[in-house]
Design a protein around this ligand. Structure first.
Ligand code: PBG
Length: 328
């Protein structure tokens, strides 16, 4: 009989063997769960394009965090959703110590000192123009924006945040923010840079959640061109040199090659942001019965880990955590 010397199927012959030779695992420890904050109390509004994801008033957000902590989730990233009356040209509310956002961060951290609390640094949720930097005569001003980002970083660090996530894509912002933090004595506050953040249509549902879509133009003069891979290495090089503790790729699923490339070239942990549109697609197809939502969710998260991400920021965190607990 014809002899086949190597039979990879032998390592797949039973569930026990498959488990033993499994190369990549998704764990609850890998997740950061994004949460959307709104004013008021006892408020919970579902985001139309993200079934299962809500904007919470602080009281209900604290309950949600408690529930997630009980599932074993350790990381949370909080985004504020502001009414237009709180927005201006210079995103002033972003560094107002008495704002809903900063006060809520203080409360969250004091109630849950052991979680990893992460924030986002960019002007868009507070900017009347919906851009991540200062908009002047149709242009986004880089260096002037850094000053505002530095103020936001300081206010968030003072509030007790563990990891700051500059998501604005201005040049030089990681070094600028690191310097502001260090000068003020916040040497232990980490920076997770949105290193390779692409100008992606997958952010649509997030912009709906925060009502933060740009009112003029698009974000292509600062976010990266989806066609470029080498450019991610330039951004990573700068961010690591400027002091980033972790580097992020965003979105995740259409950019797995970029995750792999950063993992292969840098020693700092690589983070993937499994963004709103990626969540929406799976939920929509699952809702129609066209896909097995749970299986596709787990396969997507696994693929992000396999590509080289150590941490995944994902709206699936709670659902995946529940599933992982059941399987234990
Ligand atoms: C803010 C920011 C965005 C996201 C995270 N931080 C939107 C954007 O840049 O337009 C998107 C996250 C998601 O889609 O889940 N700069």
């Amino acid at each position: 009989m014809y002899s086949i010397s190597r039979r990879p199927r032998r390592n797949r012959k039973s569930s026990a063997i498959r488990a033993m030779v499994q190369e990549t695992n998704v764990s609850i420890n890998d997740f950061i769960y994004p949460l959307f904050l709104i004013e008021g109390s006892d408020k919970k509004e579902e985001i139309a394009s993200m079934p299962g994801i809500y904007r919470y008033s602080l009281d209900l957000m604290l309950k949600e965090i408690k529930e997630c902590v009980d599932f074993g989730i350790k990381g949370f990233c909080v985004f504020p959703s502001l009414g237009d009356d709180k927005k201006d040209k210079y995103a002033t509310e972003g560094h107002n110590r008495n704002s809903l956002y900063i006060e809520s961060l203080v409360k969250i951290k004091s109630q849950f000192p052991d979680i990893v609390l992460m924030t986002d640094i960019a002007m868009d949720p507070y900017s009347i123009d919906g851009h991540d930097g200062i908009l002047e005569n149709g242009e986004i001003l880089n260096d002037e924006t850094l000053e505002i980002l530095g103020k936001m970083a300081l206010a968030q660090a003072e509030a007790g945040v563990d990891i700051l996530g500059p998501s604005d894509m201005m040049d030089g912002r990681v070094g600028y923010i690191r310097n502001v933090l260090d000068q003020a004595g916040y040497t232990q506050v980490s920076i997770m840079s949105y290193t390779a953040k692409y100008a992606s249509a997958f952010y649509g549902p997030f912009r709906e959640a925060l009502d933060s879509a740009p009112k003029f133009g698009d974000k292509k003069t600062y976010q990266m061109n989806p066609a470029n891979a080498s450019e991610a290495l330039i951004e990573a090089d700068l961010d690591v040199k400027e002091g980033a503790d972790m580097i992020m790729v965003k979105p995740a699923l259409s950019y797995l090659d970029i995750i792999k490339s950063l993992k292969d070239n840098y020693d700092v942990p690589v983070v993937a942001y499994n963004v709103s549109g990626e969540y929406a697609m799976i939920k929509a197809a699952a809702g129609k019965g066209w896909l097995d939502g749970e299986k596709v969710m787990m396969e997507s998260l696994l693929s992000i880990k396999r590509a080289g991400a150590s941490i995944i920021i994902t709206y699936f965190a709670k659902e995946a955590a529940k599933l992982l607990l059941k399987k234990q």
